[in-house]
Design a protein around this ligand. Structure first.
Ligand code: UGA
Length: 435
């Protein structure tokens, strides 16, 4: 099948590459010529495990190509994916300007039947808006607009795309249903479902999924905070409740608040949708409030330990990305934590296996940067763990002790066992586990 993917960001690139991998002919379109040039030579602008290998293979086999020529890409394609940014505007609402602009352009380019697929996370009713724009110039027999939200997790996006737990497709058109079923059939061979529904329900499904997951995390963060006050250990509580299948084992890890380019933006946007429809979504507002507070907890603990005076202290930070296996620092708790430490007059030395450059762009020479995890510890009064990268799981504790000024660890991700830390002689504070 001939496919065009408009927007070569995170979602567009993974989508295009994975469709090429199943034998389709894919053209990826972007206005950023530099990006196009890099992609043509097989360079991915994002760190996503497995993507570079797949991309190189499909470029070599000539199943994927990159262009800034929208006209040509649209002319050839049957299915056109819109994977455009929908940044949160000043009020938190998803800004649809890129999606709607491209819809206008498509209106003047389409001459034969096409399916226009919304891949971006967009508010309920957007498929209808895109449809209305196309209808200004095109007869309804020339297009269908479909909502097909993605459920990819950064760091495992390729796997998630190739083996999705489910595919959600919002369309009531029989013609589009058939084509979309065909396109996705190689990915659901193990029997995972493709759910066809109306576009509004598909759009809502995406927001409901992300908001529910964010709620799960905020709930566990609250339980963890209560565990600290009651002397319970959240590790046990997590295991204890997670084996109930109605709750599920996954996504119950407390920490320093959820981050990333999706949860914070989507919870905010769904809350706005509720407000627009005069619905007071109390639970969602609590999810937001809990997360804001949770991002402050680690520095609060640190500050308490140092008698509420961090002025002149130095801290080593391990992990900056909003989660492991990505270089993404968008809405990462680390960014807030760094901001607070700097505001309190502390010196901050950071280490992350892949996200350091992104942090450097944000903070410049306000921070000290380290090439190695152990070097970051030198002259530091304490180590803060902000991302649970695998390489932090089993470190050389003796070396940590040697390099730090004092054996003090504040762990925002509960990476270490309490007993081990005691044995090693660390002052160790984590989330929801009384030390
Ligand atoms: C999330 C969803 O999981 C995907 O299904 C969705 O497609 C994606 O957003 C999106 O909308 O594009 P992602 O942002 O990559 O994926 O990250 P997650 O793995 O969901 O983690 C989000 C945040 O929650 C991270 O900051 C992570 O540290 C935190 N988290 C996650 C916890 O604090 N505890 C947990 O138990 C799990």
């Amino acid at each position: 099948m001939k496919i065009a993917v408009i927007g070569t960001g995170y979602v567009g690139l993974v989508t295009g590459t994975c469709f090429a991998e199943t034998g389709n002919q894919v053209v990826c379109v972007d206005v950023d010529q530099k990006k196009i040039a890099a992609l043509r030579s097989g360079k991915t602008p994002i760190y996503e495990p497995g993507l570079d290998v797949l991309l190189a293979r499909n470029i070599k086999e000539e199943r994927i190509s990159f262009t800034d020529d929208l006209t040509k890409a649209v002319e050839d394609a049957l299915v056109i994916f819109l994977a455009l940014p929908t940044p949160a505007g000043a009020d938190g609402a998803a800004d649809l300007k890129y999606v709607l602009q491209v819809a206008e352009q498509l209106g003047s380019l389409i001459t034969t039947y096409k399916i226009i697929v919304n891949k971006s996370t967009v508010p309920v009713g957007t498929a209808e808006k895109v449809s209305a724009i196309l209808s200004k110039r095109l007869s309804s027999s020339l297009f269908d607009v479909v909502s097909n939200p993605e459920f990819l997790r950064e760091g495992v996006a390729v796997d998630d795309f190739l083996k999705p737990e489910r595919v959600v497709i919002g369309t009531t058109s029989e013609r589009a249903t058939k084509i979309m079923a065909d396109l996705y059939s190689p990915f659901v061979r193990q029997g995972n479902p493709i759910y066809f529904m109306d576009a509004r329900s598909a759009e809502m499904t995406k927001y409901a999924a992300n908001s529910f997951l964010a709620m799960k995390i905020s709930f566990m963060n609250e339980i963890a905070n209560l565990c600290e006050r009651t002397g319970a250990n959240v590790d046990w509580v997590r295991i204890g409740i997670g084996s109930d299948q109605r709750i599920g084992k996954r996504f119950l890890f407390p920490g320093i608040g959820y981050g990333g380019s999706c949860f914070p933006k989507d919870v905010l946007a769904l809350n706005l949708t509720a407000q627009e429809h005069e619905y007071d979504f109390k639970l969602l507002q609590s999810v937001l409030a809990v997360n804001t507070l949770q991002k402050k907890r680690l520095v609060q603990k640190l500050s308490q330990y140092f008698d509420h005076n961090l002025q002149g202290r130095q801290f080593a930070l391990w992990g900056l990305a909003f989660k492991p296996e990505t270089d993404d620092i968008r809405d990462a708790p680390s960014v807030d934590i760094i901001g607070e430490l700097l505001a309190a007059g502390a010196t901050v030395k950071v280490y992350d296996p892949v996200a350091t450059e992104n942090v450097r762009q944000l903070f410049g020479d306000q921070l000290l940067y380290s090439e190695s995890q152990y070097e970051a510890l030198q002259d530091a009064d304490a180590l803060l763990i902000l991302t649970e990268w695998s390489e932090f799981r089993n470190p050389d504790f003796e070396k940590i002790k040697r390099n730090l000024k004092a054996p003090v660890i504040f762990d925002g991700r509960n990476v270490y066992a309490l007993e081990k830390m005691k044995e090693q002689g660390f002052h160790y504070e984590s989330i929801g586990r009384s030390s």
